[in-house]
Design a protein around this ligand. Structure first.
Ligand SMILES: [Zn+2]
Length: 266
């Protein structure tokens, strides 16, 4: 048996040429995967380049609507390790509401420009691929309270599907301290956006961002370095909301991750 194994090993390519990667995390929609490959390797998720730290660590975020399978590829010196991953689908809470007056479904024309400008700022801030491992310090709830809204739910108003709810809502009274869920750099601290209200976006490195929304008061500004647990704002009911709460969203290069998966149960 031993002789057979040695003989087999001689047929394998030289170790110097091998590239491989490991991934930790659940292969399901909304999950964040922690990857490790060799220093200097490039990583792709389907057709997109994945930012990789010099030591070979990388992240992959699976969107709410991630397809049934994705391909992850790590390559170095012309050698490639490519794997197709099956992604488990999730069930989301879908609510249909019909017979609403049309003006409650579509924002008035004069607001559309403002909404588009604000969206541009959010998307630009989200695009940062800063090579940093702030995410490695782990995550904690930015505030604690009753969970009043979950990741992935969606409303269909008068037959029109609205944008799904990508955050986790925590019911907290106005003025509650809101803490940075993880280490990072503030890439956007802005007041009174139409939908999001006053908000703070924190870049945790390698494409991962947290956004804290509907705040009443900012305690940081764009460019500030923050540490996990640091108070960055006070909660409120700014933006498009029906009552005071904190909405925490997590994004990885355009893919929405379930924030509840990053932290232990409250
Ligand atoms: Zn919300």
């Amino acid at each position: 048996m031993r002789i057979l194994l040695v003989a087999f090993a001689l047929l394998l390519p030289l170790p110097a040429a091998a590239v491989e990667f490991t991934l930790q995390g659940e292969l399901k929609q909304g999950a964040l995967l922690y990857g490790q490959t060799l220093p200097g390797a490039a990583v792709m998720l389907d057709d997109s380049t994945v930012p990789v730290a010099p030591d070979g660590r990388f992240l992959i975020g699976l969107d709410r609507d991630a397809p049934a399978s994705v391909t992850v590829m790590a390559g170095r010196d012309g050698v490639i390790d490519a794997r197709t991953l099956e992604i488990q689908p999730r069930d989301y809470d879908i609510q249909r509401i019909d017979g609403l007056p049309p003006e409650q479904v579509t924002p008035p024309q004069e607001l559309l420009d403002r909404i588009a400008r604000e969206r541009e700022q959010l998307v630009a801030a989200r695009l940062s691929e800063r090579i940093a491992a702030d995410w490695a310090g782990g995550f904690a709830w930015p505030a604690t309270g009753r969970i009043s809204g979950v990741y992935g739910s969606q409303r269909i108003l008068n037959g029109e599907p609205r944008q799904p709810h990508y955050g986790v809502d925590v019911a907290v009274p106005e003025g509650t301290p809101v803490r940075a869920p993880g280490d990072g750099v503030v890439v956007l601290a802005a007041e009174d956006f139409f939908y999001q209200g006053t908000l703070v976006m924190i870049d945790h490195g390698l494409g991962l961002k947290s956004t804290l929304m509907h705040l009443s008061k900012l305690e940081v500004k764009t460019g500030d370095v923050v540490t996990k647990g640091q108070v960055v704002a006070l909660s409120g009911k700014s933006g498009r909301v029906t009552g005071a709460h904190l909405d925490w969203r997590v994004n990885w290069l355009g893919n929405w991750i379930d924030p509840a998966q990053l932290v232990p149960p409250m």
